[in-house]
Ligand binder design. Structure first.
Ligand SMILES: [Zn+2]
Ligand SMILES: [Zn+2]
Length: 245
């Protein structure tokens, strides 16, 4: 799987356009927010793009807005992530687009979200590999596709980064995080991830950026980051489209 994906991720030629041509069908841009004509090459008009709930002054290690960096919480309890890139608050219209992509196969929403994530990550420290947060196979079977992987593919291609979709596996099924309170989320994720059997004993990328659709409490990304750091990865960042406040 990883090899197949890697072969599709050559060096960047013309960024997003090349990525879209490979991974998404051709389309006429139409703004997903207001229905008017989209800006050239994307399903969003300029007025709606300017009105997106962008996070101002995010804390580098948790992504939440904060006047001081790192924020108080991250100073008291440093998270395992070195840098979080999450450009938008999980508010309208992101809270419509992300579920439409995740649960209703709305690939126009997915294409736009991937594009926005790519823009946000363009200036981020460059990792050695992207690792989408893995879905458990049971959930993958019921949903039919993996939204984190689909978001990560065009980003990896446009940035010329290897996509290591099979590096980490869900070691056991966990309850959906969205159904649990914050305290139970951590417990739910204990030992939830493991380095995939076929990747054990092979060199790991030194610097990994995890890719997910939304960062909520961060419990999933932290658990995955700890798994990678324990295995010998030196630095783990997280890239997500949106952050819940
Ligand atoms: Zn619009
Ligand atoms: Zn913070």
């Amino acid at each position: 799987m990883a090899d197949r994906v890697n072969r599709r991720c050559g060096p960047p030629v013309d960024g997003g356009c090349r990525a879209r041509a490979l991974f998404w069908p051709p389309w006429r841009p139409r703004c997903l927010s207001c229905g008017e004509r989209g800006a050239p090459g994307r399903d969003l008009c300029e007025a709606c793009a300017a009105a997106l709930p962008r996070i101002r002054f995010p804390c580098p290690t948790c992504g939440l807005p904060s006047p001081v960096h790192p924020c108080r919480d991250c100073r008291l309890s440093p998270p395992p992530l070195t840098r979080v890139v999450a450009p938008f608050l999980y508010q309208p219209p992101l809270d419509r687009w992300l579920p439409r992509f995740k649960f209703h196969h709305d690939f126009a929403a997915g294409r736009l979200l991937s594009h926005l994530l790519l823009e946000a990550c363009a200036d981020a420290p460059r990792p050695d590999a992207l690792v989408p947060v893995p879905l458990h196979p049971h959930r993958l079977r019921s949903r039919g596709y993996d939204q984190a992987l689909e978001l990560a593919k065009p980003v990896a291609h446009a940035m010329g980064l290897p996509l290591r979709a099979s590096l980490v596996v869900r070691a056991r099924a966990t309850a959906a995080q969205s159904s649990l309170a914050a305290a139970s989320r951590k417990e739910n994720l204990r030992d939830a991830f493991a380095i995939a059997r076929q990747a054990r004993g092979r060199p790991l990328p030194a610097h990994v950026a995890l890719v997910d659709d939304v960062m909520t409490t961060g419990a999933t990304l932290h658990a995955l980051a700890r798994c990678l750091l324990d295995a010998g990865v030196e630095r783990v960042d997280a890239w997500a489209c949106a952050r819940t406040p």
